[in-house]
Design a protein around this ligand. Structure first.
Ligand SMILES: C[S@@+](CC[C@H](N)C(=O)[O-])C[C@H]1O[C@@H](n2cnc3c(N)ncnc32)[C@H](O)[C@@H]1O
Length: 643
């Protein structure tokens, strides 16, 4: 079918060449110069396709991207960009195709033919069925090392749909074919990864880590050795800039020092934003006014990183899951510290194991390793000691570390007979062990500078080893621990492993209300609403003083549109636990849905009041793993919509 094609280009001879080429292929073309003429022409002519020829020297890439993608821009019209400025490709992820110069004519004609066939956009609420999700996950895993399990299926689905919209593919299977065919030659895998690895971050996340860093450098202030720190998976730059700020505070003579913070990420868009160094107040949510003033310049609503901070940080592209071959890799050795926080979640345990091995090698003796709060070392053999600081933890490479030997992952075979763990699957053992590991009593900062005194056996710090299973562990204690492990997995939305642990507890204690109620929430999340409702009633028959059980029942009745009954259950949950945020929030929303504005607003305000007493990083119970900050935002948004 012939298309109406609008060519936007400032280069007259190229416009003529393109026009002739496309007319020969049976299409009608019009052309305009960029700048002012383009947008009126789009509105007037309503083209089926726009071809935008970009001269690198003329237009700032972001301005173009912005103009192409804004709602006033031609978002509903497919756009093909042709440019010699190849780095633009990573910026323009929503366009139908990006073709470099010299122009590949065959590819352009193929694209135009495809636009003629692909008329509609994919529906954004379609579900990715488990079998196909597994196919995508395997493909992505084998080529990038990124691991998408059931827990992050919504993120996978969102990312796929974004690329499918750009390519006007409506079907996941079709997109899979495209990904297989053009993963390399059209960089499709790279483009998809940009959507799959968008990273939540903010300045001074886990403040205790920066305190540890400051203390370490304050202690060694007289040394003039170069300082090298790696922020691996730095996202949009908040983490490496916070490191720079911490060093500036710890070392009064930082200007005379040789300091380099090497910040790497797989996502080019994030790296671009990091280099730009422009942040919204949301990134600054725990930054103090003094820090904002010292390290940022305020321009309107934005905060711009000051140049003196910027110059300490160097950003580079790096995929952590493949062997390191990029130029930056030469610098990643003899490091004082590595921050790799909230990145391991993207990897399988095997890949994560390889990465941790590499990190250990890259650190100096006594170097520091910081991981995210939910990431623990699940392997032995690494020359790292666990230390805790407030509610955070970090690792220190031993002062006399030799090259690390062979890393032994946790044993995957179930332990021998008569073991308290017998009957558990390998995954259950791993989870339970990881959790038990975390529960070991804290030995504190007994030995903050491991260079000086080797730890005595009695005050030995954790060695990232699985605990010696104390045999026999009392069954009741086991159950309590497994239940706690299940609760933590549940809070992190790792529902399947949580359910496995619960089943294990319930096998021994089928009437344990706390285990049953968690199981009920998981069943509800999986859509087994009837079964979940029966479970909630069973729990209440066993213990009618359990607020979570009333909340579960309320949520299920709410979902079934039995609103008055739901409200009664929420009320009972709140009578038993006045500070239980989620039933209060649900109650508030239920009032609002039923038009009771005053009552709804009151409940939401009360929820905000209660929430403001929680710790910043605390996960809100039964919220689906929301931190206080995110939950607060949701409440405030709800309030803003009605007041
Ligand atoms: C949640 S962010 C963490 C940002 C920061 N470290 C923090 O904790 O605030 C995770 C980052 O890991 C990056 N990432 C994911 N897979 C990666 C890989 N294979 N190689 C390098 N970076 C990766 C993502 O692009 C994202 O920017």
């Amino acid at each position: 079918m012939p298309l109406q094609i609008l060519i936007i280009s400032d280069n007259e001879s190229f416009t003529t060449y393109l026009g002739e080429l496309l007319q020969d292929a049976g299409h009608a073309t019009r052309s305009v110069a960029q700048e002012k003429e383009a947008f009126p022409a789009i509105r007037r002519q309503k083209p089926d396709l726009i071809i935008l020829a970009l001269e690198a020297s003329k237009i700032a890439p972001l301005a173009i991207e912005h103009r192409v993608q804004t709602p006033e821009g031609p978002r509903s019209v497919p756009v093909i960009v042709i440019s010699e400025c190849l780095r633009l490709e990573a910026e323009l992820l929503q366009v139908f195709d990006f073709i470099g110069k010299p122009l590949d004519v065959k590819r352009l004609l193929e694209d135009v033919a495809a636009v003629a066939l692909r008329k509609s956009l994919p529906s954004q609420d379609q579900e990715l069925e488990p079998r196909l999700a597994a196919v995508f996950s395997r493909h992505i895993l084998s080529r990038s090392g990124l691991h998408f399990d059931q827990r992050n299926r919504p993120a996978l689905t969102r990312g796929l749909l974004k690329r499918m919209s750009a390519l006007r593919l409506t079907d996941f299977k079709e997109y899979f074919q495209y990904l297989k065919e053009h993963g390399e030659d059209r960089h499709e895998l790279q483009k998809l990864l940009q959507f799959l690895t968008v990273g939540e971050t903010y300045f001074y996340r886990y403040p205790a880590h920066f305190e540890v860093l400051k203390e370490r450098f304050a202690e060694h202030a007289i040394s003039t050795a170069p300082i090298r720190i790696w922020s691996a998976g730095c996202s949009t730059g908040e983490e490496p800039y916070s490191i720079a700020m911490a060093l500036m505070e710890a070392l009064p003579d930082w200007r005379q020092r040789d300091i380099r913070i090497i910040a790497t990420d797989i996502n080019n868009r994030s790296l671009k934003r990091a280099r730009d160094g422009v942040y919204s107040p949301w990134s600054m949510r725990i930054t103090t006014p003094e820090q904002s003033q010292r390290y940022f310049r305020r321009v309107g609503e934005s905060f711009l990183i000051r140049d003196e901070v910027k110059q300490l940080v160097q950003f580079s592209h790096l995929n952590l899951s493949i062997p390191c071959r990029e130029p930056v890799c030469d610098e990643l050795q003899n490091l004082d510290a590595i921050f790799c926080r909230n990145v391991l979640i993207y990897f399988t345990p095997e890949t994560a194991c390889g990465m941790l091995q590499r990190f250990t090698r890259a650190l100096k003796p006594s170097g520091l390793l910081f991981l995210g709060h939910s990431e623990t070392l699940l392997q032995r053999g690494l020359d790292l000691e666990l230390r805790r600081r407030e509610r955070s933890f970090y690792y220190v490479k031993s002062a006399s570390a030799a090259e690390p030997g062979v890393i032994t992952p946790l044993p995957l075979a179930p332990p021998a007979e008569a073991d308290p763990y017998s009957g558990l699957t390998a995954e259950q053992i791993r989870l339970a062990t990881a959790w038990l590991n975390e529960q070991k009593p804290w030995q504190g900062e007994a030995n903050p500078t491991p260079t000086q005194t080797p730890p005595q056996p009695s005050e030995r710090s954790d060695r990232s080893q699985p605990p010696e299973p104390s045999r026999p562990v009392a069954a009741a204690q086991d159950d309590a621990q497994l239940l706690q492990a299940a609760r933590e997995l549940f809070d992190r939305e790792e529902f399947d492993p949580a359910l496995e642990l619960l089943e294990l507890v319930l096998r021994r204690r089928p009437d344990l209300p706390e285990a049953l109620v968690l199981k009920g929430f998981i069943l509800a999340g999986k859509g087994a609403l009837e079964q979940a409702l029966t479970t909630s009633e069973r729990v209440l028959a066993l213990n009618d003083l359990l607020p979570e059980a009333y909340f579960l029942k309320g949520v299920l009745l709410d979902a079934a549109d039995r609103l008055d009954e739901a409200a009664r259950e929420y009320r009972k949950a709140l009578l038993l636990d006045h500070d239980f945020i989620m039933p209060r929030f649900h109650m508030g929303r239920l009032h609002l849905r039923q038009g009771r504005l005053a009552e709804g607003t009151r409940e939401i305000r009360n929820s905000i009041k209660i929430l403001s007493r929680c710790g910043e990083e605390e996960t809100i119970p039964f919220s689906g793993g929301l931190t206080r900050a995110v939950c607060m935002l949701q409440l405030q948004n709800t309030l803003a919509r009605v007041t």
